[in-house]
Design a binder for this molecule. Structure first.
Ligand code: HEM
Ligand SMILES: *[C@@H]1O[C@H](CO)[C@@H](O)[C@H](O)[C@H]1NC(C)=O
Ligand SMILES: *[C@@H]1O[C@H](CO)[C@@H](O)[C@H](O)[C@H]1NC(C)=O
Ligand SMILES: *[C@@H]1O[C@H](CO)[C@@H](O)[C@H](O)[C@H]1NC(C)=O
Length: 596
């Protein structure tokens, strides 16, 4: 009797099971990315979805209908390309505005607020959670995600557009990204700039490849100077003398350099053939890779010990620990100052003078926190900056001879390295076909990681940052030949991926980047810099930096001073080659300035 009932129930339920299976033909509606204006897609079963338009300023099924103020805002908002043009031209106008502190402060505040408000804070998604979770918030081993991953059950890797199988990453890189002939950056960036970029960003871009591309080893998620001091307390302690706050060093030919791993026994990545005494011990385990990185490591090491001396002089009773910790905060401040006023200033090409002044945000709603996003990491793969060969004091080095060459630093010294790197042009980043063969595999890796992490298509990112999605490949590349080939490979402009598109985008007029790297990179960058705790009202005061002297060091830092206060003879120091570049890319001589 019982058995028969069970059998009847099973028979009754059977068709239901089949219904379930047959239903898989329905496509997850969120695969169409139906929600506009940052609305959040939630699916109900296989057919239904809802867009959560809360606080987007829009309403309607797909959050497409603007409320009154959103409409006004959209009409009044100048387009990014207009603003970019205005900011990179009319030098006389910006010179005057930059000099009137009230206007200049207001503009700078506007820049900071408009840019950093684009970054969700606290962070939202990660590569394993495309909905809000506590795990996603609390587990800082993940890079965060600006946009959630494409749902796993979508018909194509980028949602619904394009083909089931994306173009072969290697083929893509070789055909569209590999350098044929070196294309110099029209903004005149040099290798001093390129190595600064690499050195600075590797403190927070440290993918944990052992665990996967979604994980990071840089748990500080920002400017914490772990690339100088090491990312664990143990590593830091190996790098310290424990006297006067100073870091260990060695003296070669009367000059200060990082210690060898014999004196500071920490793990560093070097070829196994390199003897121990030639291995520099540096906070970041990979910085033996390039003389450019070792050079910056040396400069910052000298700066640390220099600042320690200054603090010790003013505070003779302070412990080693207090001197060390306070100096570290001063160096964090110097870093942010230099990044905003020298590095970003150069990169932006803006004629408006950018200022590092945390007080500008004190009356704004601003979260002093930061989480590094995987999109920011991918966007920052600026390997096209690297030249064909490295020219140091007239001597030409191939990649093979330059990588892991620790002799270069000792033989040539900081002055001449700075001078050589400041004089050698870097490559243009956007526009395609400018990555040297030797680093092409890095780009292939990024493309593959983007796929594994199911990054949303490029156009979804365009929309998120308030840019109009591209309607065609021609519009993206600004030409027809490459565009036609890309269209064939991808099938649809809405299927092109994040990283390839950033590198293939047409550069802006006389610029290193296309529009998207700037509009997407700037928010991440400024949020990361200003979200640092030293910029908060509780920290941003002289006492944090040991008094007025330390605070002044932060507030007057420049890349030129950083170098010249730490060498015997001041070389040419700049992020720009020592001559002007007119719009035809022709060179015009300009006297290099070496004054402080
Ligand atoms: C000759 C110079 C360079 C070499 C040999 C090189 C090589 C590499 C390698 C092997 C990786 C790891 C990639 C992987 O395993 O998937 C990497 C990552 C990276 N590179 Fe470079 N690179 C160079 C210059 C630069 C420069 C100038 C930048 C400028 C910003 C840069 C930015 C990055 C970034 C952001 C990452 C990701 C780091 C991470 O998440 O761990 N690289 N590079
Ligand atoms: C919402 O978006 C979906 C998917 O893109 C589309 O099919 C639908 O027509 C849209 N509905 C409205 C009311 O705009
Ligand atoms: C801005 O002000 C400084 C100092 O007052 C002055 O030296 C400089 O020439 C001014 N620049 C312009 C463009 O007015
Ligand atoms: C973070 O998540 C990863 C993957 O689920 C896990 O292995 C790791 O233990 C988590 N970390 C912490 C601190 O919970």
């Amino acid at each position: 009797m019982e058995a028969a009932r069970v059998a009847r129930v099973i028979l009754l339920l059977l068709p239901l099971c089949f219904l379930e299976v047959a239903d898989t033909t329905g496509i997850n509606p969120c695969c169409y990315f139906p929600c506009q204006n940052k609305g959040v897609c939630v699916n109900f079963g296989r057919e239904d979805y809802e867009c959560d338009c809360t606080r987007t300023g829009y309403y309607g099924v797909n959050c497409t209908l603007p409320y009154f103020w959103s409409r006004v805002y959209t009409i009044l908002k100048p387009s990014p390309s207009f603003l970019h043009h205005a900011l990179t031209h009319y030098k006389w106008f910006w010179d005057i505005l930059s000099n009137i502190s009230f206007i200049s402060d207001t503009l700078m505040r506007l820049v900071l607020v408009a840019r950093s408000n684009m970054i969700p804070s606290p962070p939202t998604y990660n590569s394993d959670y495309n909905y809000i979770t506590w795990e996603g918030y609390a587990n800082v081993s993940y890079f965060t995600r600006l946009l959630p991953p494409v749902p796993k059950d979508c018909p194509t890797p980028t949602g619904t557009r394009g083909y089931k199988k994306p173009p072969d990453a290697e083929q893509l890189a070789e055909e569209f990204l590999l350098r044929r002939k070196f294309i110099p950056d029209p903004q005149g960036s040099n290798l001093m700039f390129a190595f600064f970029a690499q050195h600075f960003t590797h403190q927070f871009f440290r993918t944990d490849f052992d665990r996967g591309p979604e994980f990071t080893k840089a748990l500080g998620h920002g400017v914490d100077l772990t690339h100088i001091y090491g990312s664990s307390l143990e590593r830091q302690h190996h790098l310290r003398i424990f006297k006067d706050g100073k870091l260990k060093y060695q003296v070669v030919n009367g000059e200060v350099f990082p210690p060898s791993v014999k004196d500071a026994p920490i793990k560093m990545k070097y070829p196994s053939t390199l003897p121990e005494e030639k291995r520099f011990a540096i906070g970041h385990d990979l910085f033996g890779l390039l003389p450019g990185l070792m050079m910056y490591a040396t400069i910052w090491l000298r700066e640390h010990n220099r600042v320690c001396d200054i603090l010790k002089e003013e505070h003779p009773t302070w412990s080693d620990e207090q001197l060390f910790q306070t100096t570290r905060l001063i160096l964090i401040g110097e870093t942010i100052k230099i990044v905003i006023e020298d590095y970003v200033q150069h990169l932006s090409g803006y004629n408006f003078k950018l200022r590092f002044n945390p007080e500008l945000l004190f009356k704004e709603h601003f979260q002093y926190r930061n989480r590094i996003a995987i999109e920011f990491n991918h966007l920052y793969h600026w390997h096209p900056l690297m030249p064909d060969t490295f020219i140091v004091k007239g001597q030409e080095f191939s990649y093979k001879d330059f990588l892991f060459n620790t002799e270069v630093l000792l033989d040539i010294g900081v002055e001449d390295l700075v001078e050589s790197f400041s004089k050698q042009r870097a490559g243009r980043v956007s526009g395609g076909k400018n990555i040297h063969q030797h680093v092409l595999k890095v780009a292939i890796g990024v493309i593959e990681h983007g796929r594994k992490l199911r990054l949303q298509p490029f156009n979804e990112y365009r929309k998120w940052f308030g840019l109009t999605p591209y309607k065609s490949f021609q519009e993206l590349t600004g030409e027809t030949e490459v565009a036609a080939k890309l269209e064939k490979l991808y099938g649809h402009i809405d299927a092109i991926e994040f990283f390839p598109a950033l590198l293939l985008e047409e550069p802006q007029e006389n610029s290193i980047f296309g529009e998207s790297i700037v509009e997407m990179g700037a928010p991440f960058s400024l949020k990361g810099l200003m979200g640092n705790p030293i910029c908060s009202p509780e920290y941003w005061k002289p006492s944090t930096f040991g008094g007025k002297t330390g605070f002044d060091i932060v507030n007057t830092a420049t890349i030129q001073k950083l170098v010249c206060l730490n060498v015997k003879k001041c070389p040419y120091v700049s992020f720009h080659v020592p001559y002007d570049i007119d719009s035809d890319g022709e060179r015009e001589r300009k006297e290099p300035s070496t004054e402080l």
